[in-house]
Design a binder for this molecule. Structure first.
Ligand code: DMJ
Length: 583
């Protein structure tokens, strides 16, 4: 008995111990299940976050569920400040001086410049045609580089001669040299530039003397004769024959000479007549019969500026020639229906090419190729410009436009333009921050490897240790910054200035040659970079001009009063006194 209380106590202790053991076990179980559910919640949240970050469609579903509509992505609602960002604008001027002074020191008057060897070269053995000087002179004027402008002007007056017995590309000579002279004339008022422009145009005009009226690809400037392009069986490229019109029409207005207008306009009527039912244009035409030939359809090389100039001809004469608007609408509908695609992972908007293939029976089918040239990056800005002009329900649309100010087609083009610019910026996700000459977008038949970055697109043929493929180059092209300039002017959204600044900094870091000038990068996805010894003339004419204008006050060369030719030479919008389009 004496043990009883002790026994009871032990039993009590034992039962208390059991109870607390159970409690501990229960508590542990609860803790385990709580931590298990926390882990599950954490994993799920992380998974959802990953998917949200990486899946464009989930992001947009979530955004619309949370009350954000896509329209916020397209219609900027923040502050709009279109005044100059002076330090960044001046940085573009410094870059221009770095490029121009090196050219002037080493190669003044030569057509092209090689900044690493510090040499110049000409397009032909006959002699130069002022390719670099004339292409750059309006940038010097616009940037207020007066001393440099005066020296360039004196060289043009005293040294430039177009009496060169060699063949020159009709399109390139028109957009760079004729375009540069016309723009310099407009900006300076100096009649010397117009005299030179007339002289050059009169040497080019014979290239239009073909059975169809489509100009030949080459022209001998001394002999005043068109020359067929033997490399392409005498065919002419669509972009080249349809990207002379702004220049010849403006010259016609300045000189009161209808011939320039008629020759250029006739080309457009031939193209209209040759119409392909899709609204799209193949990249080659036959100058004999004026018809399209079976060839690739694309917005890149040999196709690009056909689409650009349809819109710009309509804008150049202040909406007075409805035929260009019809042709533009038709072509852009074709682009939307057949070429605009979404990438597999992030649903990036890009443009494909159509390649014709014949089987053994001679039947033609079209293969869709997910290849986008850097050249296509003009299209984002161009579509946005088209949206607020051809796609506006009333003129002028606000800056930025409101959705209700645009027609359905205008809203479609506006959104696609914005998306294309974003895609072009994604092609700058490379080791250098520069974009390659050509990006291929992954499609399921590629054996897509989503672990490779950037996973939606790749540079074809780029393998470690192998020489840089052609596609990997950045040759100082302007198309992305051209679109950024237009997008900023039309929206005031600071993201476009930021994008432009990122590109500018990448150019400064990787393309700048310490002793002067800028060179092309051989592979944008390799650091340290390998360079090619060439500074293309469009670097000073376009890339630096558009960067400068991106950061300049929007009152300078406003888009409502100017059209930029495809080489970035600004021409004023005018009311035609000579002719008013064809039907
Ligand atoms: C320029 O010469 C013109 O913009 C042309 O239309 C095609 N692209 C080059 C620059 O990339």
């Amino acid at each position: 008995m004496s043990n009883e209380p002790g026994l009871r106590k032990r039993r009590k202790d034992a039962s208390q111990q059991n109870a607390s053991k159970e409690a501990v076990t229960a508590a542990r179980a609860t803790t385990r299940s709580t931590s298990l559910s926390s882990i599950i919640v954490l994993v799920l949240t992380a998974l959802l976050f990953y998917l949200y970050q990486n899946s464009a469609s989930l992001k947009s579903t979530f955004n619309s569920w949370a009350g954000y509509s896509d329209s916020e992505k397209y219609y900027w609602k923040g502050d709009v400040d279109l005044t100059a960002d002076v330090p960044k604008r001046d940085a573009a001027v410094e870059a221009m001086l770095h490029a121009w002074l090196a050219y002037e020191r080493d190669a003044m008057g030569d057509d092209e410049y090689h900044p690493i060897s510090r040499k110049g070269s000409n397009l032909t053995n006959a002699g130069g045609i002022g390719y670099t000087v004339v292409d750059s002179i309006d940038t010097l004027l616009i940037m207020g580089l007066d001393e440099e402008y005066r020296r360039a002007r004196d060289w043009i007056e005293n040294k430039l001669s177009f009496d060169q017995d060699a063949k020159f590309n009709t399109f390139e000579t028109t957009i760079r040299v004729l375009g540069g002279l016309l723009s310099a004339h407009h900006l300076s008022g100096d009649p010397m530039f117009l005299e030179k422009a007339k002289d050059l145009a009169d040497r080019i005009i014979p290239a239009f003397n073909t059975p169809s009226g489509l100009p030949l690809s080459m022209v001998n400037l001394a002999k005043r004769q068109g020359v067929p392009d033997v490399d392409n069986k005498g065919l002419v490229s669509t972009a080249e024959v349809s990207t002379l019109q702004l220049e010849f029409r403006y010259l016609s207005l300045l000189t009161d000479n209808e011939t320039y207008w008629e020759k250029a306009e006739h080309v457009m009527s031939v193209i209209k007549k040759a119409h392909i039912s899709t609204g799209l244009a193949s990249i080659f035409m036959n100058p004999e019969d004026g018809r399209f030939v079976l060839a690739a359809i694309r917005l890149g090389s040999r196709g690009d500026s056909y689409y650009e100039y349809l819109l710009k001809q309509y804008l150049q004469t202040n909406f007075t020639e409805p035929v260009y608007r019809e042709m533009y609408d038709d072509a852009i509908n074709g682009v939307h229906n057949h070429l605009v695609k979404k990438s597999e992972f992030d649903r990036l908007t890009y443009t494909s090419e159509l390649i014709p293939e014949r089987n053994r029976l001679g039947e033609v089918s079209w293969r869709l190729t997910p290849k986008q040239d850097h050249l296509v990056c003009f299209l984002g800005g161009s579509l946005m410009l088209g949206a607020v002009t051809t796609g506006a329900v009333a003129q002028p649309a606000s800056i930025p436009p409101r959705a209700e100010e645009l027609s359905a087609q205008g809203r479609r083009d506006w959104a696609t333009g914005i998306e294309l610019i974003e895609t072009c910026m994604r092609t700058h996700d490379t080791a250098t921050g520069l974009s390659p000459e050509i990006a291929h977008f992954r499609i399921p038949s590629d054996n897509m490897d989503a672990t490779r970055a950037p996973h939606d697109w790749y540079i074809k043929g780029d393998r470690p240790g192998a020489p840089a493929p052609y596609d990997a180059r950045y040759i100082l092209r302007p198309e992305t910054v051209e679109s950024l300039f237009i997008a900023y002017r039309l929206t005031g959204n600071p993201r476009y200035r930021q994008y432009g600044w990122d590109i500018f900094e990448a150019i400064e870091k990787y393309c700048k040659i310490e002793g002067g000038g800028y060179a092309s990068v051989l592979n944008v996805d390799r650091v340290p970079v390998g360079l090619e010894d060439k500074m293309e003339t469009f670097f000073m004419s376009e890339t630096l001009k558009y960067l400068y204008l991106l950061f300049e006050d929007a009152n300078v060369l406003p888009l409502s009063k100017y059209v930029f030719n495809t080489e970035a030479h600004p021409f004023p919008v005018f009311h035609p006194t000579i002719r008013t389009g064809f039907s």
